[in-house]
Write a protein of this length. Structure first.
Length: 265
């Protein structure tokens, strides 16, 4: 039994070298074939990881990056309760802190709300709009479905309301949508992907120069898009989900202002 547990731990460590904090359900999906050959089901995998102190405890942490006290135009929310049915129907954007607390860097992400693919990103040492603009430009260069309508959704931060960002959206004929409240579900996909890329890939623990951080982020995004299965995508990777439009995404119910809502995860 100890030999079998050691084999399981070895298999898990092989995955966690690439995705250090990936959860047990996704591990089982990735390792199902060799685990079945060992006679290890999902419950047993939980038992082995628990016994070896390898279960992942979710981190809950929020540090505000949004400054919505500005004079730029703020747009209406066009995606409230809207569940995307195809790739490049809705993009969501957000900015988050990464790196050590004594030397923040700022990660701007553009994520496809249907596939959860990170389609654009930029890491910089400034909260100015330039990083968000570069992430959007990357996303626009990589579009696969250019003839279909696209909505860009974000908070009302100055980076997204400013003229440079809005000009990019207009040039690419992308509709603008923004949150209208401080409801944590108002930009839930962006918040969720932020948390995943930061916590599962240990980006908050980086203590190195900006160039090295940028290389780490690029590698992490590639692994996230190409290798990490996503629960809301039926355990497809974001890249796999982005290349098709038949699968429905998983949602869950929550309540806001006493009204039941469907929220994309």
């Amino acid at each position: 039994m100890q030999d079998k547990a050691a084999e399981v731990v070895s298999l898990v460590m092989g995955i966690r070298r690439l995705m250090p904090r990936i959860g047990t359900r996704k591990l089982y999906h990735l390792l199902e074939e060799p685990l079945i050959a060992l006679g290890v089901g999902r419950d047993k995998l939980f038992d082995v990881l628990r016994a070896n102190h390898m279960l992942i405890v979710p981190k809950r942490q929020y540090r505000q990056t949004t400054n919505s006290k500005h004079m730029f135009h703020k747009h209406k929310n066009l995606v409230l309760d809207r569940i995307p049915t195809r790739p490049e129907e809705i993009w969501v954007s957000d900015i988050t802190y990464v790196g050590a607390r004594n030397k923040h860097t700022y990660l701007a992400l553009v994520t496809d709300a249907y596939s959860k693919k990170i389609v654009g990103y930029d890491l910089s040492d400034s909260l100015s709009a330039e990083g968000a603009v570069r992430a959007l430009q990357m996303a626009c260069r990589g579009r696969m479905y250019r003839k279909l309508p696209l909505i860009h959704h974000s908070d009302r931060g100055i980076q997204y309301c400013c003229d440079d960002y809005q000009r990019q959206l207009e040039e690419h004929h992308i509709q603008v949508s923004m949150t209208e409240s401080y409801d944590p579900y108002a930009n839930a996909v962006a918040e969720r992907v932020n948390a995943t890329i930061k916590h599962e890939f240990l980006l908050e623990e980086m203590e190195c120069d900006l160039d090295t951080q940028q290389r780490i982020v690029a590698q992490s995004v590639a692994i996230y898009n190409e290798l990490r299965p996503h629960l809301s995508c039926g355990m497809l990777t974001p890249d796999e989900m982005h290349r098709q439009c038949e699968k429905e995404i998983v949602t869950y119910k929550t309540k806001n202002d006493n009204t039941a809502r469907r929220v994309v995860i």
